[in-house]
Design a protein around this ligand. Sequence first.
Ligand SMILES: Cc1cc2nc3c(=O)[nH]c(=O)nc-3n(C[C@H](O)[C@H](O)[C@H](O)COP(=O)(O)OP(=O)(O)OC[C@H]3O[C@@H](n4cnc5c(N)ncnc54)[C@H](O)[C@@H]3O)c2cc1C
Length: 385
Amino acid sequence: MSASPDTGEQERLILDAVDRFLERHVRPVAAKLEHADEYPAEIVERMKELGLFGAVIPAEYGGLGLRPSTYAKVIERISAEWMSLSGIVNSHLIMARIVDRMGTEAQKRAFLPRFATGELRGGLALTEPDCGTDLQAIRTTARREGDHYVVNGTKTWISNGIFGSCFALLVKTDPEAQPRHRGMSMLLAEKGPGFRVGRRLEKLGYKGIDSAELVFEDYRVPADRLLGGEGQGMACAISGLELGRVNVAARGVGVAQRALDEAVRYAQQRRTFGRPIHEHQAIALKLADMATRVEAARLLTEKAAQALDRGDRCDYEAGMAKLFATEAAVENSLEAMRIHGGYGYSKEFVVERLYRDAPLLVIGEGTNEIQRLVIAKRLIERNRI
Ligand SMILES: Cc1cc2nc3c(=O)[nH]c(=O)nc-3n(C[C@H](O)[C@H](O)[C@H](O)COP(=O)(O)OP(=O)(O)OC[C@H]3O[C@@H](n4cnc5c(N)ncnc54)[C@H](O)[C@@H]3O)c2cc1C
């Protein structure tokens, strides 16, 4: 795909290209790779060719320059086919967005073109073994020594941790600072001496993509890899997670839609008591609720993505979209399984994968409990009496 900012026509071309890629290169192999928990190396090469690793990177730095709303549609399609692939792209693009939003011109020129081609891939390293939601409790430190930082600590659950080689790494440059966020900073950390993979983590679903523990032992990173200045770590994380939340909402829409599609098809094929099961009211009601959830989830996601397109503050909209769409994915995948009866529990049908993948969405990019708290906080701020 060519590198130019998207218009309506370009959006259509891009979505068509993504549909063809999914049909030719993902659909035939997704189930096999997923069940083997195998990294989709060949698919990743195709994703590079398509330019997906530069989807939202501005065209001047070699990316496709897609609007977040177009990107969300790409992610919805990918997730309907195989959700793990969306994680390979999205964690990487969160890192790229932080560089784009918070980096210096020199940092953008040094990194964004290589991120866009997929030559340098990676993700976001925030979570630690004893904290995820409460990020200000992180213990990974970066001590300034001349023109380097010396990093010590452990990150966990890091997507692309094994096959990726560059990470936006949240650290404490001043562990004593109060409030705690003032002592937090973000470094761009490329693998090298002192930076190793601790272990690969086994998961219920979201297979194929590598989730890993990353260990830093006197890892030296040049000081010019600091993003946004010391004390800007949380601001960096927040700027990346805005895109991340819209992306996770779009994944929810994709999974919920696929669950609906599978259920609609099966409900017409499977017959009990002399008729297709969709003619039993109990199944018809489930289908109606599933379809309604998908439509509502998509509309909320579009609204949040369009706010991001405009550059508006959108934690309220993105929080609602993430909350609703991911709960829709969980509910629809369970309902699809029930509609499939015993076959829903079989590895020969895709619904068991949807059922294993969906729960991650309510946890990642800020749990849904936290989304509710954010929504309520903004609600009061906007309606203070
Ligand atoms: C497959 C997978 C991939 C991941 N990829 C990445 C990645 O690439 N990079 C990365 O940095 N992290 C990643 N994560 C980590 C993920 O972001 C965290 O798991 C998530 O933020 C929750 O943190 P936690 O697991 O420490 O749960 P905790 O923070 O310990 O929360 C436990 C429970 O308490 C609730 N809770 C916590 N605080 C509050 C509160 N104040 N009010 C109400 N409820 C609260 C939570 O909602 C949750 O239900 C990944 C996780 C998984 C499972």
